[in-house]
Structures are given as structure tokens and as C-alpha cells.
Design a protein around this ligand. Structure first.
Ligand SMILES: *Cc1c(COP(=O)(O)O)cnc(C)c1O
Length: 372
């Protein structure tokens, strides 16, 4: 069995450090928004290259509070992709705004800037590009549109910590960047966690207030906020893991290159494309194949933990039914949701395992063609 992700292997390497740090937190008596959170916020601002970060309870909260901080709500439209995890549009719904979908570039799976421009109306307030699978969006083109139409940009970086576009880390191009520390992410805690990156001091202060019941001063509440504080145990763990993130992302990139080479001989497999001048961090290694569902089943039977991210695009989900989208409106998104399959990808993956994954995938495709 080769899993899509094996967190235990990472723990075997850093477990001693983690256990020591967690015990220190337990003994310290400070459990929420304490010294580790403060230090993590500073260390991540330095790592990502922004003025401030604010630690939160999840990536979903980061997206939600980003929209709140920019006063986006009822009557406003936010343009994003339907080829992402539901949290992206869920956050838009939580604040009462309307998600408007723009189709993707089929090569990168990311939102297509040309499609964004077609969806702009007088109600449009913001764009949420998602750096899907760790691949940066075309930020020059997106920021150019945002400038011309006076729109906010909130980057969904939940899958892309450490990813770069033209040498600059994602999350520093738009007004706000949103990160997740869900355990499966490239920088994952051992519980939930999230983060906002921001350059404006005003926005930072607003988010600090929003995460703690809408007030900067205890028992003084200026607006309806939420409880979205990061706990010290997660912060301490994330500070340890931050020391390894570059090494781990590099390992993912090396594995991606190995997969590309191992799969190059099979013309039915479309391996991932990287835009020029980007540093993709391969949260997922996702290929396109024909007969995807059948081959997915065959892979599972062969003990390969391949996954489908995501089997149903968001414009066709029940939750967004009332928005009136239907099949045929986002052809590239719809086509790719039927073809994508993500292969096992994590830093500790071995070459032997990669060879097994690649040869099994190629065999399954051949078998499925012979049966057809
Ligand atoms: C994981 C993820 C989120 C949500 O993050 P949580 O920490 O799980 O709330 C949002 N957007 C994308 C693209 C994600 O992958």
C-alpha cells in the first residue's frame, strides 16, 4: 500500500523535537495566542515576505475574515474558480456575498485571467485566485486586472506555502493572503490552524480584532467578530516544522520531476505544467488521464492511494444551486474534473514507491484500453 500521504513518516523524523516543544507549552500555562503564536507570526511574515501575519484557527477562517476585513458582504460579487476546495466559496457565502466563477486554464488548473475579465460587473468587489496544488496563479495578469477595475485581491494560498511567482512568495501580491495549517498541507499542524498575510497595518488590526470577538481591547467590542485564535500547541509545532519547509518543498519538487520522467513514455498521461518563473511546491502531483474513474478504481485495488481533487466542481455543487450555474458554463473546469487524478506525494516518498506508482498507473491505462 502506497498512501497519498504518510504523516507518520514525517513524525518519525521530528517527533522528539515536537514532543519536547509540546510539553513545554503544557507546562507553561499559556495555551492560546501566547508567545509561540507571536513568534510564529513574526517568523512567517519574514519567511513569506510581508509586513504582518495574523494566526487563526483555520484556512477557512482566514478567507472569511479576509472578506470581512475588506467589508465585502451582501450585494457584492467575488470572482473565483470552481476548481478548488469548497472553503473558498463557502467563505464568500458566509459573509453574504455571491461567488462568480471564472473558468480555468486547463494546463495549470488555475483561474484564467482572461475569463476573470469577462465576469466583471459593477457589483464585483474582489478576486480570489487559488494557487491550486501548490502552483502559483498568473499574478501579473491578475493584479493588472485588479488595478484596472479597482478590485481587491485575496490569494487562497492554502495549498501553496513557499510557492513563488517571479521570485516572490504567494500571499504577498494581493491585499490579503490566506493560509491553512490543516495536517495534510505542506506546512501542517497536528490539529487545525490558519493564517493571514497582510501589508496594511489597518487591515492587520481589523483582523486581530475580528479573530477575537470584534475588539482589540478585552471586553470592548466594536463589531461582531468570531473566535478564531490559534492555540500554543499548534504554534509550537508549526515553528518546528517551519525550519523544514524549504527542504520538504524541495523534496516534493524532486519527486514531481521524477514522476514526470517516469510517466513521460505514456502518451495518455498529461503531466503537470509549470508556468515560467514560478516555484511550484506540489501540494499535489496531479495528472490528467482518460477513463479516470475506472483507472482510479484499478489503482485503489492495486494499493495505490490516488485521490480525486476535486470530483465535482463548485458551480455544480448543491450548496451553490441557487446561483443558477449549470453544466456547460465552465467547460475547462468540467473537463478537468473528469480527468484529474492526484498521485502519492509527500517529502518522504521513496524512489522505489514512485516507480511502483508510475508502472502501476501505466499498466492500468494499458489494461483499460485493452478492455475498451
Ligand atoms: C485546505 C484548504 C482551505 C481550507 O483550509 P482549512 O484550514 O481546512 O479551513 C481553503 N482553500 C483551499 C484551496 C484549501 O486547500
Amino acid at each position: 500500500m502506497i498512501p497519498i500521504l504518510d504523516s507518520k513518516r514525517q513524525y518519525a523524523k521530528i517527533g522528539n523535537e515536537v514532543e519536547k516543544a509540546v510539553c513545554e507549552v503544557l507546562r507553561s500555562g499559556s495555551y492560546i495566542l501566547g508567545p509561540n503564536c507571536k513568534a510564529l507570526e513574526v517568523e512567517l511574515a519574514k519567511y513569506i515576505g510581508c509586513n504582518y501575519t495574523v494566526a487563526l484557527n483555520s484556512g477557512t477562517d482566514a478567507l472569511h475574515l479576509a472578506l470581512r476585513a475588506l467589508d465585502i458582504g451582501k450585494g457584492d460579487e467575488v470572482i473565483t474558480t470552481a476548481f478548488t476546495f469548497v472553503a473558498t466559496t463557502e467563505a464568500i457565502g458566509i459573509v453574504g456575498a455571491t461567488p462568480v466563477f471564472a473558468d480555468i486554464d486547463p494546463d495549470t488548473f488555475n483561474i484564467d485571467p482572461k475569463e476573470i475579465e469577462k465576469r466583471i460587473t459593477p457589483k464585483t468587489k474582489a478576486i480570489i485566485p487559488v494557487h491550486l496544488y501548490g502552483q502559483p496563479c498568473d499574478m501579473d495578469a491578475i493584479m493588472d486586472i485588479a488595478k484596472r477595475y479597482n478590485l481587491y485581491v485575496i490569494e487562497d494560498c492554502c495549498q501553496a506555502i513557499g510557492a513563488e511567482y517571479k521570485g516572490q512568495k504567494v500571499g504577498t501580491f494581493g491585499d490579503i493572503g490566506c493560509y491553512s495549517f490543516y495536517p495534510t498541507k505542506n506546512l501542517g499542524g497536528m490539529g487545525d490552524g490558519g493564517l493571514i498575510t497582510v501589508n496594511s497595518e489597518n487591515l492587520r488590526n481589523r483582523i486581530i480584532a475580528l479573530r477575537n470577538h470584534g475588539g482589540a481591547i478585552r471586553y470592548h467590542h466594536d463589531e461582531i467578530g468570531v473566535n478564531s485564535r490559534l492555540d500554543e500547541i499548534q504554534a509550537a509545532i508549526l515553528r518546528i516544522k517551519l525550519n523544514y519547509i524549504d527542504e520538504w518543498n524541495k523534496a516534493r519538487r524532486d519527486h514531481a520531476k521524477t514522476y514526470n520522467e517516469l510517466l513521460a513514455g505514456c502518451e495518455d498521461i498529461q503531466t503537470p505544467t509549470e508556468l515560467d518563473n514560478t516555484y511550484c511546491v506540489y501540494h499535489q502531483y496531479t495528472v490528467k488521464i482518460p477513463n479516470r474513474d475506472e483507472i482510479h478504481k484499478m489503482l485503489q485495488e492495486a494499493g495505490i492511494g490516488a485521490m480525486l481533487y476535486y470530483p465535482i466542481p463548485l458551480h455544480l455543487q448543491k450548496v451553490h444551486e441557487h446561483l443558477g450555474w449549470s453544466k456547460g458554463m465552465l467547460p475547462n473546469t468540467e473537463k478537468d474534473t473528469e480527468m484529474v487524478i492526484s498521485l502519492p506525494m509527500f517529502p518522504e516518498l521513496t524512489l522505489e514507491e514512485q516507480k511502483t506508482v508510475a508502472s502501476t498507473l501505466i499498466n492500468c491505462i494499458e489494461k483499460s484500453k485493452a478492455l475498451a
